[in-house]
Design a protein around this ligand. Structure first.
Ligand SMILES: [Zn+2]
Length: 316
């Protein structure tokens, strides 16, 4: 049974950075956002984090052979159909129930089995004890709860809703598509609602007995070394001081990874600065800041975020 560290949270919350740092630990293999593997990699042959086309990446080629004989044997239409049937945010209340109706249970398990095969194969090919899926989606985490053959441990990554909202207003290119395409953008009002819904869904998952460790991205960045130690312990992986030598004062030295899909940071190799990005305090217009603050106030408070931006600690 594959042990999976599932990184969850609303997009732009820092999951890609957390995933990259985890991937530097021995016995940990970071896979990127597996939720997009079916379309973007198997179908569209986009680029792996190593820079190669998915079909040309040796790591993923071996994972495909191990899991399915060949990626060409995966019925992507079936994966898409199952996803539409079981993995929607609106399905979470049903997925979070104590029981599932038999027909739905079969669909949920069949859908989860595609992921379980990828996780087990990636663990076998890499020799890692833990694989990391940074798919983020709360509905997928609720689906994986029903899988028999996945040892699921969730890391719920939370970032200040106003920082997340500001990030969603910015234009980010998607380098893997070689050109025109950009990442999705949301208005601050829309991202505030999504922030509430997705974060609440992870709280619900924890109440259903799934191991969920919540980390605040801002906190993570103030002491990445201590934060990674804690996550490694949570994942059941031993780390030594030497294993953390890739972390310096305010930076991380990253090696090549094989992230299948996700934020453009998955392509970063070499020295990456690690610092808090609180640009939203100055750059997010006051009206939007207040709107997001008001919509998200109860959960911001619950997570320990100051509602008054003047109280947000600034970079030195
Ligand atoms: Zn690769």
């Amino acid at each position: 049974m594959a042990r999976v560290l599932y990184l969850g949270g609303l997009g732009r919350s820092g999951t890609t950075l957390v995933e990259r740092l985890l991937g530097e630990l021995p016995s940990v293999c970071s896979l990127g956002e597996i939720v997009h593997l079916w379309q973007r990699d198997i179908r569209d042959d986009e680029r792996c984090g190593c820079g190669a086309r998915f079909s040309a990446c040796t790591f993923w080629k071996r994972v495909g052979e191990h899991a399915f004989g060949h990626w060409g044997n995966v019925d992507v239409e079936r994966v898409h159909a199952l996803r539409g049937t079981v993995e929607r945010t609106r399905h979470i209340p049903r997925l979070a129930g104590a029981q599932l109706p038999p027909a739905q249970r079969a669909d949920v398990r069949e859908y989860a089995s595609f992921y379980a095969k990828v996780y087990a194969a990636a663990a076998a090919v890499s020799g890692a004890r833990v694989v990391v899926d940074s798919s983020k989606h709360s509905a997928l985490a609720h689906v994986l709860r029903w899988a028999d053959d996945v040892d699921l441990r969730v890391v719920h990554v939370v970032r200040d809703a106003r920082g997340v909202a500001y990030s969603w207003t910015k234009t980010v290119a998607r380098p893997e598509s070689d050109g025109s395409a950009e990442m999705t953008r949301y208005s601050p009002g829309r991202s505030a609602l999504l922030w509430n819904a997705h974060n609440a869904a992870f709280g619900l998952l924890a109440r259903r007995g799934v191991p969920v460790r919540r980390i605040r991205y801002e906190q993570f960045l103030t002491d990445p070394r201590a934060a990674l130690r804690e996550l490694a312990e949570y994942a059941g992986v031993a780390v030594t001081e030497a294993d953390l030598a890739f972390l310096g004062d305010g930076y991380a030295d990253l090696r090549v990874g094989h992230s299948a899909a996700g934020n453009p940071m998955r392509f970063s190799i070499g020295r990456l600065p690690l610092r808090r990005d609180d640009a939203w305090v100055r750059a997010l217009p006051r009206g939007q800041r207040r709107l997001v603050g008001a919509v998200c106030a109860p959960m911001l408070r619950a997570y320990g975020y100051p509602l008054n931006p003047a109280a947000v600690p600034q970079e030195a």
